[in-house]
Design a protein around this ligand. Sequence first.
Ligand code: PMP
Length: 370
Amino acid sequence: MIFPPLREELRGIEPYGAPQLDVPVQLNVNENPYPPSSACAADIAAAAGRAAAGLNRYPDREFVALREGLAGYLGKDAGREIAPAQVWAANGSNEVMLHLLQAFGGPGRTAVSFAPTYSMYPEYARDTHTAWLTGRREEDFGLDLDHAFELIARERPSVVILPSPNNPTGTALPTEAIVVIAEALGDEGLLIVDEAYAEFRRSGTPSALELLPSHRNLVVTRTMSKAFAAAGVRLGYLAADPAICDALRVVRLPYHLSAVTQAVALTALAHADELLANVDRLRDERDDLVAWLRGAGFAVADSDANFVLFGTFVDRHAIWQGLLDRGVLIRETGPDGWLRVSVGTPEEMAAFRQALTDVTASVPHEKGQR
Ligand code: PMP
């Protein structure tokens, strides 16, 4: 017997996670590069202090105040009222997604996504004993709706996860794609639209929130980790039919959101305007980056997110390493030959552009216009 007596399918598996390296320019996990102002940080600290005075008690298991706050925030984005009973939250949208798979996946059930996509999805499936299946995306990383429809008709999945914008490609989905897939699933399956990066979408790009009233099997997940500049809080949430939220109460661990998390997240929500104030600046920086990379002859995927996928390189690891040697950390992820860079401050982007120019002058690479 090999020790420890681990589940067979987990043997030899490396834990998920990007390298956390202490380098000057960190552009590898799609964080918002702007920290909260000192006034906002002081308010959050005061809220955490008030929560601390009651830490002998368990927190509100139903996180009622936080659900109300999140519903108010989402309602503004959706342009129509979202009720607190339509909202669920957990420690990051990673945990929200795990709750969804715990409740709606499971043995004998199948979850589907379309690659290249976020590499945590198969892990939620594995951890909940849900069969995992990936369809493919088009050359431009969009969805082939005929292929998606066919796959769903054949496999009858209980869950389909579609990020919009997609990580690592930045590709947003048209409303039509969400409607076709939600309708193909019907009451047999949930369509989870992972909108972790939705606030960065280009103007004119829709949010799936608009479709909630017409599609009861639709779940839209969001996070405070990206545009909201609060990755350290660990707060993800969703909007869906209240019956779906109710089902998640069965699988969550009791008191999964600590009193400190709830207080901090609520205070961050009260500062939403300030925390989101840099989103427009980041979108402009993203568009400039795409234009610069294209101008330099690289292939670049269109992006509605706060990161850009670019390439293509014969040896992408050498490029990644060369950038790191110059103090710039990006992400070696996505299809072979491609790299992903998060959008940072103007200074960070200038450092990235300079480092990439230097590295590509010395490392052999292929370029292609997209
Ligand atoms: N969905 C996507 C597409 C992501 O890229 C990420 C983070 N990289 C997450 C969900 C999870 O984010 P969090 O748990 O911080 O909310």
